[in-house]
Design a binder for this molecule. Structure first.
Ligand code: ATP
Length: 333
């Protein structure tokens, strides 16, 4: 199958800064693909290259099998939703949505009809006459979406589109975006630095760091089987175990990761496990309590359901975890 977007050894250097360094990506048609990474890791640069707002220093990009180099943004079969939405304040909502159709010289009646349909899709049917300034943040974000989908692009690029919204709205928009993507069948490429957002929405995630893709996989693969310390740490705050510690448990000298929720914390002396430690900090997070435990110099995070009896700071505890909860890593960085 032809990839929706294919990047082959794509680099973008700004002087000495390697914003992207030999990135390979194959994005499948119809998938919800997240580019996840910390600030400055190269995600936005990657999105801009796919959109055509910037050109690679080297490498090759194809969009549905066609070479993208030299093709201007408006000729690519992609549309971008920007973080700040970039709506025209002096135009009303329907005019905002219909704007690009006007540039394409679609007749007025037809473009208003298509814009109204796009607004229905994002559940803003009755809002066509309002100005962007008269809408809530979540509604503005939906107008920005409608403005992109009215062009019926094959690929929709979204640059932190939920970044400006508060937590509650973000969560409901995450569900809406996912449902919208499924119903439209469009390929979504989504940039975020929020691991929870990437894991909950995407079919596959590419984890960026320092201009390189560290790992690509389904949310479950990325979370349960991180290939590097960076991914283990960044995606879900895993415990990274040093080779000495791993050797003492499994007999092999390798870096490994252990998820906080895989650790059972028991009151000292109530189990046969010889792993005893002291609780250094105890943070109540609502559904879970997060503990930092000192185990003879090794610090481990454990997360325990708050419905259980959780020991307090300074108390001695015994730890248990299944050996197969320890995931050996291929890459030690
Ligand atoms: P954020 O989440 O903060 O948006 P990002 O992962 O999207 O970060 P990029 O915007 O792609 O990161 O930037 C990657 C690196 O390239 C950064 O070090 C950035 O400073 C640098 N960079 C990006 N654009 C330019 C430019 N036009 N000139 C010089 N350096 C740039």
């Amino acid at each position: 199958m032809t990839a929706a977007v294919s990047l082959q050894k794509v680099s973008r250097h700004f002087g000495l800064v390697k914003a992207m360094d030999e990135v390979d990506l194959e994005i499948v048609p119809g998938e919800f693909f997240a580019m996840l990474g910390p600030s400055g890791s190269g995600k936005t640069t990657c999105l801009r290259l796919i959109a055509g707002f910037d050109q690679p220093s080297s490498g090759h990009i194809e969009i549905f099998g066609e070479t993208a180099e030299g093709v201007p943004p408006y000729r690519r079969n992609v549309n971008t939703v920007f973080q700040d939405y970039a709506l025209f304040p002096h135009l009303n909502v329907i005019q905002n949505v219909a704007f690009s159709l006007m540039l394409k010289k679609v007749a007025k009646a037809e473009r208003l009809k298509q814009a109204a349909a796009a607004l229905e899709t994002v559940k803003l049917g009755g809002y066509g006459e309002r100005r962007p300034g008269q809408l809530s943040g979540g509604q503005r974000q939906r107008v920005a979406l409608a403005r992109a989908i009215v062009n019926r692009p094959k690929v929709l690029l979204l640059d932190e589109p939920l970044g400006a919204l508060d937590l509650k709205l973000r969560e409901s928009m995450q569900e809406e975006l996912k449902a919208l993507q499924k119903s439209l069948g469009i390929t979504f490429i989504f940039v975020t630095h929020d691991q929870g957002e990437a894991l909950s929405m995407a079919d596959r995630v590419a984890v960026f760091n320092d201009g390189k893709v560290q790992q690509i996989g389904t949310p479950e693969e990325i979370y349960k089987r991180p290939q590097s310390r960076f991914v283990a740490d960044f995606v879900g705050s895993s415990n990274v175990l040093a080779p000495d510690f791993v050797q003492s448990i499994l007999g092999v000298r390798r870096w490994a990761s252990l998820r906080p929720e895989a650790i059972h914390v028991m009151a000292a002396g109530t189990s046969a496990s010889r792993m005893t430690g002291t609780i250094v900090t105890r943070s109540y997070l609502g559904a879970v309590v997060r503990l930092l435990i000192d185990l003879n110099g090794t610090s481990l995070h454990a997360s325990v359901p708050s419905s259980e009896a959780v020991p307090g700071e300074g108390e001695k505890v015994t730890l248990g975890f299944a050996k197969d909860a320890i995931h050996l890593m291929e890459n030690e960085k």
